[in-house]
Structure formats: C-alpha cells, structure tokens
Design a protein around this ligand. Structure first.
Ligand code: GRF
Length: 237
C-alpha cells in the first residue's frame, strides 16, 4: 500500500475543519492522506491546540509586518521539512504568498462557506459571508472547495455543495448548517484530489480532477447529496 500523502492544514482560528480532516485521515491506518503539519499565522490559534492533541506537529509563521517573500521562505522551509505534498487552507485568513502558491499549484485547496463566485473575495470571511447571504435574500447558499491561486477565493472550483437558507435563519443557524456540510465535503474532496494527483502519469499541476455531478432529492436534513467524480466517465462517485 502506498504511503499516505502528507497534507499541511493552514488555519488562523478555531479549526473545526482541521478536526474533521484529522478524524477522517489521521485516525485510520490505511487513509490515503495524513495531516502531517498544522501551520498558523497566529501563535494563539485554537487549531494549534487541536494539532497538539492529535500528535501532529504545529508551526507558526507570522506575517504581520513582513515581506511576502520572507514569509514564503519561512513557510516553504516548514513545508519542506515535513515533506508536505498537499495543502488545505481551513480558515486561513491571510493571502498565501505567491511563491508558496506557485510551488503547490494544483495541490493547494481552500474551503469557502458560500457558492463561489458569490459572496467571496476580500472581506468575505467568517460571519460576514453568512450575513451577506441573509441580506441578499438568497434561498440557497453552500460550500465551495477550490484550488488556491494568487487571489482570495478565485481559483478553479473543484466541488460545490448547496445548502438551503431558511426564512427564520440567523447568522448562527445558517453558519452551523453550512459548517456541517464543510466537515463532510472537505475530506472527501481532498481524498479524491490526492488519489488523482498521486496516480501514475498524472501531471502534478493538473487540478482538473473533479466534476460535480449533482444530485439526488433533498434529504431529511435539507442537504442535497452530490457526487464528485474524478474525470469524465470513470464511473467513480
Ligand atoms: C470555515 O467556514 C471555512 O469555510 C472558512 O473559514 C471557516 C473556518 O472554520 N474558510 P473552522 O476554523 O474550520 O472552524
């Protein structure tokens, strides 16, 4: 069996998505991916405590007042030291330096709590996203997993998953419903991407591994099921 792909998770805050990834990948011996590093820009990030409890190395690369190229050097040396082959941003609030994006192009993903390109980009993070969704009158929001490029929330979309907005939703109830979907979608997409990238002959830069194939009827929890498959016609899903 092939060794698991070492994944770094970058997080600035609470890290519930990190926890979902640890549950999915690090609690089983035959997972195709292993969270091997948690990187934060904030020494006090709750995510670092989660890493420690799971026995995963944590590292802090501060960004305030530093040149992006200097930040990139620090990040790349941490990532290389831990043999990292893929990166998942999970509530990482800073723009990733270009040199790091370039090094991991096609291998770095982000999760965003809306259906991009709506409600994304600079300033759309955390509760602000859900507040804007509620203010817009949209009846559907969702989750997007996308490749990371040089701009916030703009890289190629790998998977999306719709979530209903209810008439009586508050920011909190909507955020909680969306977050439950995030915790299921992110590990699934990362697992598929890792398998696709590690397949012999797969060019490392290819992010074109996903197609969202929607969907069954809404289920009892109001969340539509979707299938992600790795390339046209391969029957997976
Ligand atoms: C999530 O909503 C994610 O989509 C966004 O930041 C939030 C992080 O939450 N990018 P958590 O720290 O994983 O709980």
């Amino acid at each position: 069996m092939a060794a698991p792909v070492p994944l770094a998770v970058m997080a600035s805050g609470g890290g519930t998505n990190l926890e979902a990834l640890l549950d999915h990948f690090n609690r089983s011996d035959d997972a195709p991916v292993r969270v091997a590093l948690v990187l934060s820009d904030r020494p006090g990030a709750v995510a670092l405590g989660r890493a420690q409890r799971a026995g995963v190395p944590g590292a802090v690369v501060e960004t305030n007042g530093r040149e992006p190229a200097d930040v990139a050097d620090s990040m790349l040396s941490e990532l290389e030291r831990h043999g990292i082959r893929m990166i998942a941003l999970a509530g990482y609030l800073k723009l990733v330096p270009e040199a790091v994006v370039g090094h991991y192009r096609g291998r770095m993903v982000n999760i965003h709590p809306s259906l991009l390109p709506s409600f994304g980009g600079p300033g759309f993070y955390g509760r602000r996203v859900h507040r804007a969704v509620l203010g817009s009158g949209c009846t559907v929001t969702g989750v997007t997993v996308h490749l990371v490029d040089e701009e916030y929330d703009r890289g190629r979309i790998l998977a999306q998953y719709p979530v209903p907005v209810r008439a009586d939703d508050s920011v909190e109830t909507l955020a909680a419903r969306v977050l439950r979907v995030e915790h299921r979608l992110y590990p699934a997409v990362i697992e598929r991407l890792a398998r696709a990238l590690e397949r012999p002959g797969q060019p490392a830069e290819t992010g074109a591994a996903f197609e969202l194939v929607d969907s069954a009827e809404p289920s009892a929890d109001g969340i539509r099921r979707a299938t992600i498959r790795t390339g046209p016609g391969d029957g997976a899903g």
